[in-house]
Design a protein around this ligand. Structure first.
Ligand code: GDD
Ligand code: MG
Length: 326
């Protein structure tokens, strides 16, 4: 299997965590989401990965090189300017001369998931479709692309973030697809185009067969603070057994690097992740906190639902709630 991973977004909703790191390189429970994704794909049988990069592109090359550390053949393609989710796929495959090389997996690069792409790949091979979309059921579709399909799983509508009350289904695009070359050929050769707003609607308008593959795997977009904290929580609480945490577990879901200095009087309420060099002062109270490296939380500070990038200092007695700080 060969995959293109879309990792070019600006990560605006996760600022300031994404001021210096592209979203897929942001650590989840102490390790970059991208590393977790590459390891999972290798485990599931993917051998060739093309990263479609844009924002802070050079960091992907520095971190992953040719992919050999992950047992993958990795290529990194940077668009000259953001081309959108469809334009980026087309550009990356054109640059690597793979546009006609058979079906290709395409993945959003900002999902923490244990979804098995091999199942999606097989499902696609069993249809005569030009594309297969991995979908899952959610209670609230508002932050997603809605995918409506019939009893044969044939898709008849794709609505990207539909207005309230207009969603045609409760199944959403979970950010993993297989495309046949015939579908890729419909992406304009030049300019900005999105899979969600351009390619799928135009394929459907032309009656091209697109199928949905429904799954119920864990899947969490990390692109907002709430999503970022939820993804950390899933790993820290052990809900994704294949995903390691790098640190010591002091209580269920309370993790810290071996060199973190935590006052015995501090109150830590799971999930907690404190990276290397973090310091927590006397009587500090932390609940649902993810701190990267060298973060100092002074005495009697109180933090709830907070993500802290490296080198942040929280002054004594400060109260912080529902914020990402950098
Ligand atoms: N190379 C490149 N170029 N990548 C891009 C570009 C671009 O111009 N624009 C976005 N991406 C990447 C992002 O980095 C991210 O990994 C992925 O494409 C999806 O973009 P997001 O901006 O995160 O989209 P979203 O979360 O609002 O919605 C998407 O994901 C949902 C599932 O989490 C859509 O695909 C929805 O339909 C879907 O339900
Ligand atoms: Mg996203």
């Amino acid at each position: 299997m060969r995959a293109v991973i879309l990792v070019g977004g600006l990560g605006t909703r996760l600022r300031p965590l994404t001021n210096q790191l592209p979203k897929p390189l942001v650590p989840i429970a102490g390790e970059a989401l991208m590393s977790r994704t590459l390891r999972r794909l290798q485990r599931q049988g993917v051998r060739h990965v093309i990263l479609a990069v844009q924002y802070l592109a050079e960091q992907f090359l520095a971190a992953y090189g040719d992919g050999s550390a992950f047992g993958l053949n990795l290529q990194i393609v940077q668009e000259p300017e953001p081309l959108g989710t469809a334009g980026a796929v087309r550009y990356a495959l054109a640059q690597t001369k793979l546009l006609d090389a058979g079906p290709i997996l395409v993945l959003n690069g900002d999902e923490l998931t244990d979804f098995d792409v091999a199942q999606l790949w097989q499902a696609h091979a069993q249809t005569a479709g030009v594309a297969t979309i991995a979908v899952r059921e959610v209670a609230d579709t508002s932050a997603f692309g809605v995918v409506a399909s019939d009893e044969q799983q044939r898709v008849y509508a794709f609505q990207e973030k539909p207005a309230p009350g207009t969603a045609l289904a409760n199944t959403i695009n979970s950010g993993a697809y297989v495309f046949a070359p015939a579908a890729l050929a419909q992406i304009p050769v030049q300019g900005f185009a999105m899979l969600e707003r351009d390619l799928f609607p135009s394929l459907l308008a032309a009656q091209a067969p697109i199928y949905a593959y429904q799954h119920s795997a864990y899947s969490q977009d990390i692109g907002t603070l709430a999503g970022y904290l939820a993804a950390n929580e899933a790993v820290l609480m052990g809900r994704l057994p294949q995903e390691p945490v790098h640190g010591i577990q002091y209580a269920a879901g309370v993790w810290a690097a071996a060199d973190a200095q935590i006052s015995p009087s501090a109150q830590l309420i799971a999930p907690i992740m404190l990276g290397s060099g973090c310091v927590v002062g006397e009587n500090a109270r932390l609940e649902r906190v993810v701190a990267w490296e060298r973060v100092t939380i002074e005495a009697a500070a109180s933090l709830t639902n907070v993500a802290l990038a490296s080198d942040v200092l929280i002054a004594h007695h400060a109260t912080v709630e529902g914020l990402a700080l950098g």
